[in-house]
Design a protein around this ligand. Structure first.
Ligand code: GNR
Ligand code: NI
Length: 167
């Protein structure tokens, strides 16, 4: 069990399209355990493997809302999505910023669990939003890509300034 450093934009590793998992072994289980430790420590409600520099299609999630369980999504695929909704969103790889992004409020998903067993899931609201956010990470995308260039520049300026202060 270990907390691993979370990469920040503009790290190029956040822009790689992650590779499907083909081996469900103890190394994968160790990665998943470290991802939960890192996510809870941050704290965040989700984390994608490429946020800690691992080039695999693995995401963990815990909405911490009492009725949704901690979840592992491996090689996730959205098979249906409906009801567009604008929702406020943040990202551990773009610390200190929040902005509104249009997402689907309902989706159907296929994925594998930590042992490679397929499952399907209906998600709505924050869970659906977080799943879209994590799958975007696995495809090398960040929510700031959807913002106007004015808003994006403002966020990136603030981030650069904060990182300079932290040096
Ligand atoms: O902790 C997080 N909160 C959040 C809020 C709204 C939409 C998406 C998220 S995911 C984010 C953690 C993160 O960056 N995961 O990649
Ligand atoms: Ni994120």
């Amino acid at each position: 069990m270990a907390i691993r450093p979370i990469l920040h934009h503009p790290d190029p590793r956040l822009r790689i399209k992650a590779k499907p998992v083909v081996t469900f072994d103890t190394a994968l289980h160790r990665l998943i355990d470290d991802m939960f430790d890192t996510m809870y420590d941050a704290p965040g409600i989700g984390l994608a493997a490429n946020q800690i520099g691992v080039d695999l299609r693995v995401a963990v999630m815990d909405l911490a809302d009492g009725d949704t369980r901690p979840m592992v999504l491996i090689n996730p695929e959205i098979t249906d999505s409906t009801d567009r909704k604008v929702m406020e969103e943040g990202c551990l790889s773009v610390p200190g910023a929040l902005d509104k992004v249009e997402r689907f409020n309902h989706l159907h998903l296929k994925a594998l669990d930590r042992d490679g067993t397929p499952f399907e899931l209906d998600a709505e609201g924050l869970l659906a939003q977080a799943i879209q956010h994590e799958i975007d990470h696995l495809d090398g995308k960040l929510y700031i890509d959807y913002l106007s260039s004015l808003k994006r520049e403002r966020i990136l300026k603030k981030l650069k300034k904060a990182e300079k202060m932290a040096e």
